[in-house]
Design a protein around this ligand. Structure first.
Ligand code: ZN
Length: 238
């Protein structure tokens, strides 16, 4: 059988780390791509290197499959998007009905860059941690959006690309459960300690579920998922 490969959109957050672990479990070789688009907090970019190093060190079986990481600079996206992720403004709902953490077109651009890189690297499976289930209704996280984009990329590059989103229909409790299934308590501990989710870039408050302010929408979602997962584990028969 020919070797299989995948390119994972990897931000250093909980979701993309679980996607990366699953890809390392599934494919023969896996490369990662990350984007600096003018996020307010560099912490995301620092943690992704830390997570990669720890995955390599703590899971040698996966480490041997982990290929190059491709960090890309996309400052233009930050310059044209007036959002609370790239500007110092409070997180709130915008007139569009979406929270102002929404960076318009972000995932469309990320996957387009990933496909361009994949084309060059001979990788046609692109993986991302987008999720319809308990997100804020970001339209570029929808399955329809991403599958239509995969078609456009395949046509536009005359090369069949697949966009795979393992977390599309599971909630945050399901994401913790998937992490445990893939890498046991060791992966859960790595994700809690090393990955970053907080919108405010807080790395001073440590909770069971990881570092963060505990109050922003991203922290609330992560904490709620953790609690639900703990409850589900307690009610499971041993
Ligand atoms: Zn937070």
């Amino acid at each position: 059988m020919p070797a299989t490969s995948a390119l994972v959109l990897f931000s250093g957050g909980q979701d993309s780390t679980v996607c990366l672990a699953q890809a390392l479990e599934t494919f023969d070789s896996v490369e990662t791509i990350g984007f600096a688009y003018g996020q307010r907090h560099d912490i995301e970019l620092e943690t992704r290197l830390d997570v990669l190093a720890r995955l390599k060190a703590e899971f040698p079986r996966w480490g041997s499959k982990l290929g190059p990481d491709h960090p890309l600079e996309m400052p233009t996206l930050g310059r044209i998007s007036e959002t609370s992720l790239t500007r110092s403004v409070a997180i709130e709902m915008a007139d569009s009905g979406l929270p102002n953490t929404f960076v318009p077109g972000r995932n469309l651009l990320f996957f387009t860059y990933a496909a361009a890189l994949g084309y060059r690297r001979g990788i046609t499976t692109l993986i991302g941690g987008m999720c319809e289930t308990d997100y804020s209704g970001y339209p570029d996280c929808r399955n329809d959006t991403l599958q239509t984009l995969a078609q456009a990329l395949s046509l536009g590059m005359d090369q069949h690309f697949e966009i795979v989103t393992p977390l599309m229909y599971i909630d945050k409790a399901g994401t913790w459960a998937l992490a445990e299934k893939l890498g046991g308590d060791k992966l859960v501990a790595l994700i809690a300690e090393a990955t970053h989710t907080c919108y405010l870039g807080d790395r001073t408050h440590r909770h069971d579920w990881g570092w963060g302010c505990g109050a922003c929408p991203a922290c609330e979602l992560r904490a709620k998922g953790w609690e639900q997962w703990q409850q589900a584990r307690k009610s499971e028969p041993n």
